[in-house]
Write a protein that binds this ligand. Structure first.
Ligand code: FES
Length: 258
């Protein structure tokens, strides 16, 4: 499918990466690069900042759960976010959707369908060798991600209580939206879909299997939008943390409706 540089020139087109495609195939990997790259830089900075992560009933999702563990290396206090983030990070990094996105955007391997990859390889080992064989932990990362949904749900409920009194503020709504999007992302996971509907030979044979089938159908509907939930939840986590930081640092005030 690739087009050689000479052929590209002959055809009067810019001979940039070798392809016969005329559409704007490069927009998707570029947007992925920008959004994912920005998130990684922001999350790293915030994780290391180790302050402005809690204010009133709000706790940044990067620092939740707030563990009483404090580690010091050579007098430098390790931010708890560093070891908390390993769990959600392992879930996102091994996600089938994100793999597709970052293999294309960061590794150009290849950047899109019918576009030549960056460097020709002698041996293609897929995800069968280290480090990519670690992608197989996704099922286990999913189990941990479910635990985090419960933890963040607790944080979202807490965000509606101010000094023990129920109330609603902008922050409360942001926390609620954040956990809903994270739950949609988590429960639209391909592993969850397989967990619910896989390894069954006959869906209609027993009541249990029929129930699993109907749940599987709903999970499949969510699964069709997994990519959308992946991006929406990523942005929501970043914005929730940003909101907590702005309020905690005094840069803005939380607006309370009642
Ligand atoms: Fe994306 Fe499981 S496939 S979270």
């Amino acid at each position: 499918m690739g087009l050689s540089t000479a052929q590209g020139k002959e055809a009067g087109r810019v001979p940039l990466p070798l392809t016969s495609r005329h559409d704007t195939w490069w927009i998707r990997p570029l947007v992925t690069l920008l959004v994912l790259g920005t998130f990684v830089i922001y999350a790293t900075w915030r994780g290391l900042e180790n302050q402005f992560y809690e204010v009133g009933p709000y706790l940044s999702p990067f620092y939740s759960p707030l563990l009483p563990i404090r580690l010091d290396i050579a007098g430098w206090a390790i931010s708890p976010a560093v070891y908390i983030i390993l769990f959600p990070l392992s879930f996102r990094l091994t996600c089938y959707y994100y793999r597709l996105a970052y293999y294309r955007a960061f590794f150009w391997d290849p950047p899109a369908c019918a576009v030549q990859e960056l460097a020709a390889r002698k041996h293609y080992t897929g995800e069968r060798q280290f480090p990519f064989v670690l992608q197989n932990i996704h099922r286990f990362a999913f189990y941990i991600a479910v635990i985090f949904i419960f933890i963040l749900s607790y944080d979202a409920i807490r965000a509606f209580f101010f000094n023990g009194q129920f109330g609603i503020a902008v922050g409360s709504l942001i926390f609620l939206i954040n956990v809903v999007l994270l739950a949609l992302y988590t429960f639209s996971c391909h592993s969850f879909r397989h967990l619910i509907g896989g390894r069954i030979n006959c869906y209609s044979c027993t009541l249990r299997n029929r129930t699993r089938y109907s749940i599987w159908q709903r999970v499949s509907q969510l699964n069709e939008r997994h990519g959308l939930f992946a991006w929406a939840s990523l942005i929501a986590v970043g914005l929730t943390d940003l909101y907590v930081r702005l309020v905690a640092s005094g840069a803005i005030h939380d607006v309370r409706f009642f």
